[in-house]
Design a binder for this molecule. Sequence first.
Ligand code: ADP
Ligand code: MG
Length: 333
Amino acid sequence: MGEFDLIATYFKRPVRQAVLGVGDDCALLQPTPGTQLAISSDMLVEGRHFLSTVSPERLGHKALAVNLSDLAACGATPRAFTLALALPRVDAAWLAGFSKGLLALADAHGCELIGGDTTQGPLNICITVLGDVPVMNGKSQALLRSGAQVGDDIYVSGNLGDARLALEVFRGHQQVPASVFEQARLRMEQPTPRVALGQALRGIASAAIDVSDGFLGDLLHVLQASQVGARIDTDIATNLIAVRAGSTWASAGFDPKMDDARALRWVLAGGDDYELVFTAAAADRDQVAQAAAQSATVVTRVGTIEAAPGIRLMDGHGKSVSGHFPSFDHFQS
Ligand code: ADP
Ligand code: MG
């Protein structure tokens, strides 16, 4: 199968909302009146961003999910994406699985594949996603990293640390029952982008980011952009790992024999979570709760924005917690 048959078979579908989709030199999109375009790219490299053991279907899902997660962090509504793909060889079963996972998530979010590029080479997947953000009274409704204010609450969506748990099992550093591993692995290989939550938080959250490299590291980006600091309650944070959060894992009787220090490390610096971290004024707690309910997403308040730069970790009794929680850095790990 040649390049053009491959594109036609796995990636070309009837155009939906685009003016022109796959097949010409450019795709054409009609801008939505009263909006700005939100644009983001993410590349996935084998061994770096995924293990060779992942199924192609889950990989297709994840490649788009990490991009949708960036739109979610900005409060954008997904519209379309392009796919640049380097493949070592044409493997029909792999392509069928990959495009199935990719396009299922795309359809779930009304995000249309409008073009891309395909070449032979080491497996590499690069997606650029496009979304809309409304402009109201001349003001962009996009959520930015730079809006956190002293006194704001700090929230996290969903759970943290589950993907890291799966990675540690893969590495042979942690043992868990098979059913728990399957659930953790699902979180690592098929993350849920918090798109509905991001949109519901427009006009409510003062700042937002998605957690890809690790909670503390990504929170620090918000703090630096906003020129503020933070205090985090580590007792609450430790309970964000699903095995501690009264999840199905815990009710299945799974005791991870996980000391608090390890749980905390995975929650604070595990990475690959694709949850949203956001801030909002303490006066807006009801509105945050409504946004969470409206998007059927659990959110947990984990701390407070303070004036002094940096992050202070405190346990539930206000005692300072120390530890080293390095975030993932592609050029240092
Ligand atoms: P060109 O050589 O003009 O850049 P290509 O031959 O690379 O175009 O691609 C032909 C068409 O197929 C274009 O519309 C391009 O956007 C689309 N396309 C190429 N690869 C992909 C892909 N992996 N997924 C979706 N569309 C693709
Ligand atoms: Mg061309």
